[in-house]
Design a protein around this ligand. Structure first.
Ligand SMILES: [Zn+2]
Length: 368
């Protein structure tokens, strides 16, 4: 079961408030998905994700197919039960990971043969394989198997890659079984406007449940990223969900919401937390900085998370410098709380019609 409906729109920009219905959960959008690539969000439990208000997370077909293997996860009744997560699950097809992580890969019209980045074993991923893996995980929203070219690929290469992504999208649609999760097409085309346009139109003609904008945030100039997001969002049907893959500083998120994006995932909040970089209402804090050695104040005096309510900057710095695992947990909790609150504030401001003011305030603060 899957449906998406728009329940509010901001005047003067393309931001919209929406609601995804999946069998485990209704999810209000714009929404952010914590990344649980291997079936675990790093340094935080599913219970804490739930307490922070997250209702959907994203896992990865390539990683889970290689390890522990889909037979293991199926025997537990799917990923949700395996990892004890009661919310919705979105899965990425593995297209990006096959191309970025796997070794000695060979791409044909039928799929990709590759060696595992874990043990060198040989595998072949076709669009049908990717869908079967995602179905066995019990995904609520699956992605088509796509080819994501490097950002500096020449036009001719990206043109072929768009053709292949369209071909594979058709095969994914054919492979999908009745009653399994929703299936999204992924718009590719690098930084080339005509190829993005072609990719979006070909996918829209196939009528997917929703659409993802892929292949961005891979090294291209920031302004090109936003131009492509705007172009793609404008080409996709208004009534279908739009998911921007892998991009998401707070400023990126508000800018993309203004362009009509509904769903996000990004490793930034969790990865930055583990590097000791925290998002706060006063800007970024790099906790290892010696200026915090005697700082008795909370990480963010405007934050109501467990970390900010109980520990000083001095203590967080100390346990980070001492390599205590607790520091990764406390800082991950804070950064994800910050993202959860950000998404809630975005939704509330769209509801009140004040999103554009909210947006400009936040972007100015971050870019100072
Ligand atoms: Zn906090």
């Amino acid at each position: 079961m899957y449906s998406f409906r728009i329940i509010g729109e901001e005047q003067g920009c393309s931001a919209r408030l929406g609601e995804i219905h999946t069998s485990p959960e209704a999810v209000l959008t714009p929404a952010f998905m914590p990344v649980a690539t291997q079936g675990a969000c790093k340094a935080i439990s599913p219970l804490d994700l739930r307490r922070l208000g997250f209702k959907v997370l994203i896992a990865n077909a390539y990683h889970l197919y290689l390890r522990p293997g889909t037979d293991v996860i199926s025997s537990h009744g799917g990923l949700r039960r395996y990892m004890s997560w009661d919310g919705a699950v979105v899965t990425d097809s593995g297209g990006y990971q096959v191309l970025s992580l796997a070794k000695s890969r060979k791409i044909t019209d039928e799929g990709v043969s590759f060696r595992s980045h874990i043990d060198g074993s040989e595998h072949f991923f076709s669009p049908a394989t990717s869908i079967a893996v995602q179905e066995s995980l019990g995904s609520d929203v699956m992605m088509c198997f796509d080819e994501c070219p490097a950002y500096d690929s020449p036009y001719e290469y990206v043109e072929k890659s768009v053709s292949l992504t369209t071909r594979w999208a058709k095969l994914c649609k054919q492979a999908k079984q009745d009653g399994s999760g929703a299936l999204f097409g992924i718009v590719q085309g690098g930084v080339y406007e005509d190829l993005r346009t072609r990719s979006a139109k070909e996918l829209v003609d196939m009528d997917f449940d929703g659409y993802s904008i892929g292949g961005l945030g891979v090294g291209e100039a920031r302004e090109a990223t936003y131009e492509i997001i705007e172009l793609c969002a404008g080409l996709l049907p208004r009534e279908r969900l739009r998911y921007l893959m892998g991009i998401g500083t707070p400023a990126d998120i508000v800018r993309a919401v203004a362009l009509g994006v509904d769903l996000f995932d990004c490793v930034i909040p969790t990865r930055n937390a583990r590097n000791g970089t925290l998002f706060t209402s006063h800007g970024k804090v790099v906790i290892k900085n010696s200026r915090y050695a005697y700082d008795r104040s909370a990480l963010d005096d405007n934050c109501s998370c467990y970390t900010c309510g109980n520990f000083s900057r001095s203590y967080l710095r100390h346990i980070f410098m001492a390599g205590e695992i607790l520091s990764l947990q406390l800082m991950t909790l804070h950064n994800l709380y910050y993202y959860s609150k950000l998404m809630r504030e975005i939704r509330e401001s769209i509801e009140k019609g004040t999103f554009r003011q909210f947006c400009s305030g936040l972007i100015d603060a971050e870019e100072e």
